[in-house]
Design a protein around this ligand. Structure first.
Ligand SMILES: Cc1cc2nc3c(=O)[nH]c(=O)nc-3n(C[C@H](O)[C@H](O)[C@H](O)COP(=O)(O)OP(=O)(O)OC[C@H]3O[C@@H](n4cnc5c(N)ncnc54)[C@H](O)[C@@H]3O)c2cc1C
Ligand code: FES
Length: 290
């Protein structure tokens, strides 16, 4: 067993992980500029019936003629008919997807990778810290926490974006709040009508009231430099690195630990990650002077 088996879930592979299943686009939801959610359903109902993922895992989406991209699932892991992926247009595959319409098909391999440590959250407070497009890989965590609300202590989402109009999933914040998630927001650039915080997401962690570092699990998803600052702030507030979990990204190719494309130090992000306990992966993250 490698040190990375401290990730709660090992890779969950389909019987033949090289073979893409066909999925049909049921619906496309434009979220913010350059970000869309694709609601995908397996064309073979037997495959769909057997498909399960855990919060934090990812699929490889295959667009013929363009290639494959790793994309996290952004919907509820308890909802089996349709699998949601929230995608920022970045390059070949993600731009090519924008030519597709409901009823069109693409290939899907997965689910792959480790998942967020949901079992460690039971009986504890949970703080989710994220920025921009980092929220979609954490949204399945939110669905699960709120579905099982009575199992957990305080639940906080600390979310930052460049400006108010680039905050994802705004239509869900009221519902999440009513269900027991405290939503804290910040933006880099304010705008008329914005009465929440302005500044980087770490200020939300610095200001978090009634925070018990010994009884909190923190999950963080975003650029590596952001995750480093968040971890540093969490340490300053008394948290142990063993209670901090991060999700990492590298270019993927095989997604099953064979090609080495996604190597980060001794770890393969596709199978040992993408979710890692902070103390296991922090020596290998981009340092950037921190
Ligand atoms: C585990 C994991 C989960 C992920 N989850 C998500 C998710 O939920 N949502 C999401 O949106 N993304 C997610 N990503 C990121 C996504 O996989 C990448 O953005 C992916 O590369 C997009 O594929 P693409 O072919 O569209 O872009 P690529 O063609 O791979 O381009 C990626 C980047 O390279 C740049 N680039 C491309 N071509 C050139 C060029 N010729 N010259 C210079 N720069 C270039 C692009 O501007 C872009 O920034 C995830 C990645 C990982 C590893
Ligand atoms: S993508 Fe091939 S080893 Fe991870």
């Amino acid at each position: 067993m490698s040190e990375f088996s401290t990730s709660v879930t090992a890779s969950v592979l389909q019987p033949n992980p090289w073979v893409a299943d066909t999925v049909e686009i049921r619906k496309i939801t434009p979220e913010i500029e350059h970000v869309l959610t694709y609601h995908l359903a397996f064309t073979n109902p037997d495959v769909g019936a057997g498909y399960r993922f855990k919060p934090g895992q990812f699929n490889m989406l295959y667009l013929p003629g363009a290639g494959e991209s790793a994309i996290s699932m952004s919907g509820d892991s308890d909802s089996h008919e349709v699998v949601d992926h929230t995608i920022r247009i970045a390059g070949n595959v993600t731009r090519g997807l924008t030519d597709l319409r409901p009823g069109d098909t693409l290939g899907l391999r997965g689910p792959f990778g480790s998942s967020w440590p949901m079992d460690q959250c039971i009986g504890r407070d949970v703080v989710l810290v994220t920025g921009g497009i980092g929220l979609p890989p954490l949204r399945p965590v939110i669905y699960q926490l709120l579905r099982e609300r009575e199992k957990y202590g305080q639940l906080h989402l600390l979310y930052g974006a460049r400006s108010p109009e680039t905050l994802l999933f705004q239509h869900q914040y009221d519902e999440w709040t009513q269900q027991g998630l405290v939503v804290h927001l910040t933006v880099d650039r304010s705008a008329p009508g914005w009465d929440r915080n302005v500044g980087v997401v770490t200020i939300l962690l610095e200001r978090l009231q009634s925070f018990d570092p010994r009884n909190t699990v923190l999950m963080c998803c975003g650029p590596e430099v952001m995750m480093r600052f968040v971890a540093r702030t969490a340490f300053e507030r008394g948290m142990s690195p063993t209670r901090i979990w991060v999700s990492t990204e590298r270019n993927m190719n095989c997604a099953i630990g064979l090609c080495g494309h996604c190597q980060l130090g001794p770890a393969f992000i596709c199978k040992d990650g993408p979710v890692f306990r902070y103390d296991n992966i922090s020596p290998y993250l981009i340092v950037d002077g921190l």
